[in-house]
Design a binder for this molecule. Structure first.
Ligand code: NAD
Ligand code: UDP
Length: 310
């Protein structure tokens, strides 16, 4: 099949392109390289069936012969999506609209990369897909949270009105090799800081929790969601339900790197969610999917990959 991966030169997208090529598909990787990089896919250039297309999804996208579309095009790190919030919203909403239009023209199946941020600062734990969330619509995270929520609305409305086959993955914190060193996300920051001997920047008391999914597990979930034959009851959470405090993560990174970096407490960002953990019953039941890489192992691989680049 011909598969379009929008945002394919990003962290998750580049791993997804690799996986799809391994599975024997032809892949068009579309990206504007705003938060991703050509370097993430440079090893795929020249691989038969791989094509790189520089495009911005805030404008319309034209391409024929596409069988399947994954929409991952959107900045995902808080510092990056807050740097130009209006552009983030446009990318999420207009970008999804343009790619849904492309799916309609081609009769292509569509997977949308949504996010656990649609649950905001959740009041229900763990988060199930039928929870409507608790989002501040006017705070600094809203461009991303509300942008992704509006994109979900577009997905389900388009499926209902045009009969398109649209699936929505609500992705929880994902980490692994090729996370951008400078995008400010916690795993990238802690690993780099520990290896460079700088202080680990812990925001707030570090008692807030996240559930970290290794990238190969996430990619497997996305592929299964795309391949699933049949109707889904709605969005599907994809994430690792093992929940850690951010302080526990910092301590684990120090242990695995053997670093003696100090932990330096810094202010907690506005609207930083207090707890986050996916209920993955739906993915387990329908897709037969669950993560297989525990945090200690995935962090070990991530640290090794960062070390190899230094
Ligand atoms: P990333 O920033 O590495 O990848 C996003 C890619 O989209 C980049 O290559 C970027 O250049 C591209 N892009 C951004 N705006 C674009 C535009 N207007 N036109 C074309 N391309 C554009 O982030 P990631 O972590 O790989 O996330 C990929 C997707 O998964 C995003 O949609 C994100 O919202 C979602 N997601 C990621 C996580 C996570 O923990 N990594 C969690 C939840 C959801
Ligand atoms: N965080 C931290 N230090 C950092 C970067 C992030 O303590 O250097 C915290 C952040 O406040 C949040 C968690 O780690 O509570 C995850 O942050 P990230 O930006 O990776 O993703 P989020 O889940 O907030 O989108």
């Amino acid at each position: 099949m011909l598969v379009l991966v929008a945002g394919g030169a990003g962290f998750i997208g580049s791993h997804l392109c690799e996986r799809l090529l391994t599975d024997g598909h032809a892949v068009v990787c579309l990206d504007d390289f705003s938060t991703g990089s050509r370097l993430n896919v440079v090893h795929l250039e020249g691989v038969p069936g791989f094509e790189l297309l520089e495009r911005d999804v805030t404008g319309s996208v034209e391409l024929l012969g596409v069988d399947r579309i994954f929409n991952l095009a959107c900045p995902a790190a808080p510092a990056r999506y807050q740097a130009d919030p209006v552009r983030t919203w446009k990318t999420s909403v207009l970008g999804t609209m343009h790619l849904l239009d492309l799916a309609a023209v081609n009769g292509a199946r569509f997977v949308q990369a949504s996010t656990s941020e649609v649950y905001g600062d959740p009041q229900v734990h763990p988060q199930r897909e039928d929870y409507w969330g608790h989002v501040n619509p006017i705070g600094p995270r809203a461009c991303y949270d509300e942008g992704k929520r509006a994109a979900e609305t577009l997905c389900f409305d388009t499926a209902r009105t045009k009969g398109l086959d649209v699936r929505v993955a609500r992705i929880f914190n994902t980490y692994g090799p090729r996370m951008a060193r400078d995008d400010g996300r916690v795993v990238a920051n802690f690993v780099a800081q520990a290896l460079e001997g700088g202080a680990l920047t812990l925001y707030g008391a570090g008692s807030q929790t996240r559930s970290f999914c290794y990238v190969s597990d996430l990619v497997e979930g996305l592929v299964r969601l795309m391949d699933y034959e049949g109707a889904l009851p709605g969005p599907v959470n994809l994430g690792n339900p093992a929940e850690f405090t951010v302080r526990e993560l910092a301590e684990l990174v120090l242990e695995l790197t053997g670093s003696s970096s100090p932990i330096e407490v810094q202010p907690l960002p506005v609207d930083d969610p207090v707890r986050r953990c996916p209920d993955i019953t739906r993915a387990r039941t329908l897709l037969g999917w669950e993560p297989s890489v525990p945090l200690v192992q995935g962090l070990g691989r991530t640290i090794a990959a960062v070390r190899a680049l230094r």
